[in-house]
Write a protein of this length. Structure first.
Length: 250
């Protein structure tokens, strides 16, 4: 994650993707209800024998498939919703910092450093104090001022104050950019971990092991976006395997 990536990112696209997964989850839930409450109940009343038992077994498998789809798509939707909402804040702060830099005619470089112009006056020579380039401090690393004195100096080091009046303002904007990128990277890492967990292999058998893994999926997404889960994860008190005692093949 860098400031160019964060600036180009569109949170609404992730929210729209979440809506798509919400729709799939809802469709799967409706199909699950119809199988469990209508089709299966009707077949039990109307049919007897081996053929009916075999058909009911297949319906249980289909029911579990739909339930698993409902749950996992709900989790994906929650993760995407959470990412969309959280990433908007650092992106907004980044854009505010970039706007401030533009208003002051400071150049924001591709690496996130800011180049500021000459300003003020050298008391000895009367010449303008040269401009420079400053790297923001994101709170974890120390920023370096590559435009004044030694490149290893901290921009606002109490041991050496840069007399160029643009320096402090440029350093402050650079810090805001660095903080925004750091926050966005943390958010991206957290949700990437959750979404990477929500993958199913082709031909997945939905059995007790699968539901145990689904429970882990819930924990992973909860860790990333717990505030978004309350009304979005359609988990029953028991998985279908516990209700019906069968397995399914997706």
């Amino acid at each position: 994650m860098d400031h160019l990536t964060l600036k180009a990112l569109k949170p609404t696209e992730y929210a729209e993707a979440a809506d798509g997964y919400h729709a799939i989850s809802s469709t799967a839930g409706a199909a699950l209800d119809r199988i469990d409450k209508q089709i299966t109940a009707t077949m039990r009343k109307a049919n007897k024998g081996e053929a009916a038992d075999a058909a009911l077994k297949q319906l249980r498998k289909l029911s579990e498939n739909f339930h698993y789809t409902q749950v996992e798509c709900g989790l994906v939707a929650a993760a995407l919703d959470g990412f969309s909402a959280e990433i908007a804040a650092p992106r907004r702060r980044l854009n505010e910092a970039l706007d401030d830099a533009e208003a002051l005619a400071y150049m924001v470089n591709t690496d996130g450093t800011i180049t500021y112009p000459a300003g003020g006056k050298n008391q000895l020579t009367g010449e303008p104090i040269p401009g420079g380039t400053v790297l923001g401090n994101n709170g974890l690393i120390t920023g370096n001022d590559t435009g004044f004195q030694s490149p290893g100096l901290v921009p606002r080091s109490p041991q050496l104050k840069n007399p160029n009046p643009h320096h402090a303002r440029a350093a402050e904007i650079a810090d805001r950019i660095a903080h925004a990128v750091r926050e966005a990277q943390e958010i991206d890492d957290r949700y990437s971990k959750a979404l990477n967990k929500l993958k199913a292999a082709p031909g997945l058998n939905v059995d007790s092991k699968t539901w145990a893994d689904a429970a882990t999926d819930v924990d992973v997404v909860s860790a990333a976006a717990s505030q978004y889960l309350q009304d979005q994860i359609p988990l029953d008190s028991q998985p279908p395997t516990a209700r019906n005692g069968g397995t399914a093949s997706a």
